[in-house]
Design a protein around this ligand. Structure first.
Ligand SMILES: Cc1cc2nc3c(=O)[nH]c(=O)nc-3n(C[C@H](O)[C@H](O)[C@H](O)COP(=O)(O)OP(=O)(O)OC[C@H]3O[C@@H](n4cnc5c(N)ncnc54)[C@H](O)[C@@H]3O)c2cc1C
Length: 424
């Protein structure tokens, strides 16, 4: 390249996670020149970004052509536990090998013609006349693009600098997870967790959040805890206990872990995501995808499928803007991405956020009642309530829940960070 020639691509994507990787796959497959910049080194990728339990469902596998060889364990049920009960729902699922999955996304993007640059930490946008035209990365490097996509997860260096991201610490959920062996997966006091993804609602173990056991074959499972570090967590948390202490406490007090040990080489995976309505999603020449937005489903923390959907929506938008005889990547035209996000990627986000807040606000006794109701009601109630259907949500609500709904409404009115309207 001579001094005047810029390193230029149709699309520059920062971050090779599910969202950025999928965006690169789709755009490269459509014949666009794409560069994917990833901060980690290729030899150990993914290391710090190996953060996900990676439970998913066939709908995601089919939509994105994910091969079965990336699945650690196909599951056939979802279990929801409360302190003294459980509800089991038959539902096919898959626990992915997240390392292999992330590597596959990169390989497949490359196979379609995308250029992938590792050890390329993106630090800031390059702007001209106030519009992003490229990014600075790996110290002093620069690369230019007609469209730039931030897919770096919650760090969001581009989205923050461009004032697109609206992430607030008060809405940040943290999670940890690691793989154990020697679990008693069919203990007499609990549901049979063979072939199950189990989520436990219990403030004693995850104050203001939830914990989980996802079976990964034999006597092994991925076990984790997550919660939002908000006022509610502070109210319920025990003095001085951090998230690692909660996971240790669960292991020490739950008989299913009596003989369980971390599998050889397993280390604790850590990560965070924001549980909130997004602000803006795009501007001139720019889109934010995945956990940068944030896109993760607030209720059950499913972020892989949603992240990939947002990566696809960004790819559709870039195509829509660049395919014209005279490409138009103005904010107005890029706003197609915002429409796709709200209509297809995360419809019903407001209602799901309300349900999430309600779910993590109620006390442990209410969780036992909730499980009793699920066992009593039609089998599809949980799926349909999770999908934000009003009638199913109403069936699960009790009169006593009104005081929690009132509290949420009060918080909304007094807290500027809670920008969604719970009653809409
Ligand atoms: C403990 C835990 C368990 C979870 N379990 C599940 C689950 O079971 N199922 C599920 O669907 N979801 C789960 N999630 C959520 C899911 O993992 C995320 O929502 C998903 O990974 C988000 O994808 P993403 O591509 O937006 O971001 P990320 O996965 O965060 O990927 C961002 C990428 O960008 C790179 N990067 C970061 N900064 C820079 C930079 N400055 N420059 C260049 N590259 C950068 C990172 O290294 C990474 O590769 C879990 C999350 C956690 C924390």
């Amino acid at each position: 390249m001579n001094g005047d020639e810029k390193d230029h691509f149709d699309v520059v994507i920062a971050g090779a996670g599910p969202a950025g990787g999928q965006c690169a796959r789709d755009l490269a497959a459509r014949g666009y020149d794409v560069v994917l910049l990833e901060t980690e080194a290729e030899e150990e990728f993914p290391r710090q970004s190996n953060k996900s339990t990676a439970g998913t469902f066939p709908s995601m596998m089919t939509a994105f052509g994910v091969p079965d060889r990336l699945v650690e364990k196909f599951t056939d049920s979802v279990v929801v536990e409360s302190p003294n009960g459980h509800y089991k729902q038959p539902q096919p699922g898959a626990v992915l090998d997240f390392v292999a999955f992330k590597q596959w996304l990169v390989e497949d993007a490359r196979d379609h013609g995308a250029e992938v640059r590792f050890e390329s930490r993106v630090s800031a946008p390059i702007t001209e006349d106030g519009e992003v035209v490229g990014v600075k990365y790996a110290g002093g490097e620069e690369v230019y693009g007609d469209v730039v996509v931030d897919a770096t997860g919650p760090s969001a260096p581009l989205a923050k600098a461009l004032d697109v991201s609206d992430l607030h610490r008060a809405n940040q959920a943290i999670g940890i997870d690691y793989k154990l062996e020697g679990l008693d997966l069919d203990h007499e006091d609990y549901a049979d967790l063979h072939g199950a993804m189990m989520l436990r609602l219990d403030h004693d173990i995850a104050p203001g959040g939830y914990s989980w056991i996802f079976h990964t074959g034999g006597d092994t499972a991925k076990v984790g805890v997550c919660y939002i570090q908000n006022e509610r967590h502070e109210e319920l948390a025990r003095d001085g206990m951090r998230i690692d202490d909660y996971l240790d406490y669960w292991r020490e007090t739950d008989p299913r872990f009596a003989d369980a040990e971390p599998v050889e080489g397993a280390h604790i995976l850590r990560g965070s995501a924001h549980i909130q309505m997004p602000g803006r999603l795009s501007t001139d020449n720019f889109m934010a995808v995945g956990d940068t937005v944030p896109t993760i489903d607030p209720l059950w923390g499913e972020g892989i499928h949603q992240g990939m959907e947002s990566g696809r929506a960004a790819a559709i938008t870039a195509d829509h803007c660049l395919t014209l005889d005279t490409p138009d990547t103005s904010a107005d035209r890029m706003s197609v991405y915002d429409d796709l996000w709200h209509e297809r990627v995360a419809p019903d986000m407001q209602r799901r956020l309300l349900m999430t807040e309600l779910l993590y606000l109620v006390p442990n006794e209410r969780y036992d009642g909730f499980i009793r109701d699920l066992n009593r009601l039609a089998p599809e109630t949980l799926t349909s309530a999770s999908g934000g259907r009003f009638r199913s949500i109403a069936r699960l609500l009790e009169l006593g829940d009104l005081r929690y709904l009132a509290k949420i409404a009060r918080n909304r009115l007094t807290d500027p960070y809670h920008r969604w309207n719970p009653l809409s």
